[in-house]
Write a protein that binds this ligand. Structure first.
Ligand SMILES: [Zn+2]
Length: 228
């Protein structure tokens, strides 16, 4: 038989190769496990531990206007999604407070959010999943001339989403940091702003910044004039 004719050093070499492939398998399994845990961490666990509902009793102080310009009103068309699992649990008063608090941050640009409509949409769970995947165009109450504010329970680990070409923002009940700060950030995207690094600013990807720069204020007002 074949293996009987092998010299001792050849046998030793074979054993070594087998060890290497076992090591590769274990290595791959460890990498896969780490990847899986990372994914879980960034979606579910991160949300569970770091996301919370902003207290409706929290009223944020108005930030002083930077230039004392004429106030530009931004109309907000509210679509509150009702569904037992993924729908929002906010009531109309909480929505008013969210809009008021966000307006108090936008006051530094003399921008004021004004609620125009408040629709409650009873949906099926699959329809809410569609919305969370960014397919919200089936909603009948969307507006082209206002910012559509869609409210859901969770965005599965995301803090908020803006679709500037559709003037649509989705905000969950559960956010990292305060919900009005998230809303102001997404309004910034609708009004043409990108991200900045400085954590003191609303457009940073941190969770606390409340400021807009002078250039950002000029740009936001210009786009608000064009869009609304
Ligand atoms: Zn952003």
């Amino acid at each position: 038989m074949d293996y009987d004719t092998k010299k001792p050093e050849e046998v030793e070499e074979l054993t070594e190769k087998e060890d290497k492939s076992l090591f590769t398998k274990v290595g791959k399994a460890v990498v896969a496990l780490v990847l899986a845990l990372t994914l879980i961490y960034f979606s579910g666990l991160r949300e569970y531990f770091f996301f919370d509902r902003t207290s409706p009793d929290l009223e944020v102080a108005e930030i002083e206007s930077a230039f004392e310009l004429e106030v530009v009103e931004i109309p907000i068309n509210v679509l509150i999604i009702r569904e037992p699992v993924s729908g929002s649990q906010r009531d109309s008063e909480e929505v008013e407070i969210l809009i008021q608090n966000t307006s108090n941050l936008l006051n530094q640009a003399d921008l004021e959010l004004k609620k125009t409509n408040f629709y409650e949409e009873e949906l099926e769970r699959e329809e809410v999943s569609e919305i969370l995947s960014g397919n919200f165009l089936f909603l009948e109450k969307l507006s082209n001339r206002e910012i559509n504010l869609i409210l859901v329970r969770t965005l599965r680990g995301l803090n908020g989403v803006a679709y500037p070409s559709r003037n649509t923002i989705i905000i969950p009940d559960y956010t990292a940091g305060r919900d009005y700060r998230t809303f102001a950030h997404e309004v910034g995207h609708i009004l043409g702003l990108g991200h900045v690094d400085d954590p003191r600013y609303v457009m940073s990807q941190g969770e606390r910044g409340v400021l807009f720069s002078e250039e950002e204020i000029i740009k936001m007002r210009q786009i608000a004039d064009e869009k609304f």
